[in-house]
Design a protein around this ligand. Sequence first.
Ligand SMILES: [Fe+2]
Length: 356
Amino acid sequence: MDLDSCGGPPARKLLYDYLGAGSMSMQSDQSVSPSRIEAHPQAPRVLSIFDDPNDPAVAESISSTLESNHIVGFPRCPFPLPNPADLQILRTELPTRLKLKNVSYHGADGRLTGLEANDPARARTAAVLGEHLEAVCAYLRQVAPHLSAGTVLTKCSFRPIQERGRKLKPHASNELVHVDAGAYGATDGDRILRFFVNVNPSEDRVWATKGDIQEVLERHGVRSGLLDNDGRCRLRIRKNPADHAFTLTVRALSRLNPQAQSLDSSPYDRAMRRLHNYMKDSETFKADPRGYAEIRFPPGSAWMVFTDGVSHASLSGQFALVTTILIRHTALRHPQFAPYHLLSGGIRSCGTGSPG
Ligand SMILES: [Fe+2]
């Protein structure tokens, strides 16, 4: 599907307009330099760079580019980062104290996970991550107030471990190209927005992508078991009465223990989890070079992206601030690009329906 033919934002044009102006670089299997992207329209199209992210004139472009499943890149983070002394504490203290995959501050209740309960670094870490989370949310309010108004949950994590060679189990590995799914209870079509900052003082953070979810489904939807040969989803996406009853039960439990919310699920989330696992498990997908590109994010740069809509992997890099904001599907201005719509409407459809 040509995104531009769907009445959506001119995101692809933005790519050509902005690539080469910033300090990020993209490498594809065509080995083109950023300055030559315009001469290679077959080059990957999922990165749009905004050199002046605080210019009110580009706010609409930023939010539309996001919704149409592009990575919105900023050569410099558009707001102040934690002070250097605090960042140095995170970089030096947390790698040896980590008890989970990441250290995370949860916006709903101020919980900090990933460190021992008696760890002396807890209070400072929570303060730094909490302040950064608020800065990200303020920026989202500035450039995309309609998305900000649809916030369901927020979380800010620090990633203290070098991504290359981390040897996590495949489904937990960041090194394998995937779309995000299934880690937030039942999203039922709500979208996963993430804001990344590379806070390594000297090392790039390197991502790989194989395109947006539309491209992934077009190439692998049938093989993954999600689509039939006509491009229709083989799985039920909408909730039935049993699903709604299960959700009500989980909601009741979560009043006693908020963490029970993660037990909830939905047909949509199970379908997305299936795609996520296929991308990490399938040797055919992993060996498929189509759409492959690597993106280097230098120190101090930032990027935000709906990670349920753009395939990605963290190939290398250490020390990143990663903020997750779950956005209500009803807040989208361009729901036709949402994975829920692509799955429930058929991959070749291009309407404007939203999740029901
Ligand atoms: Fe991911």
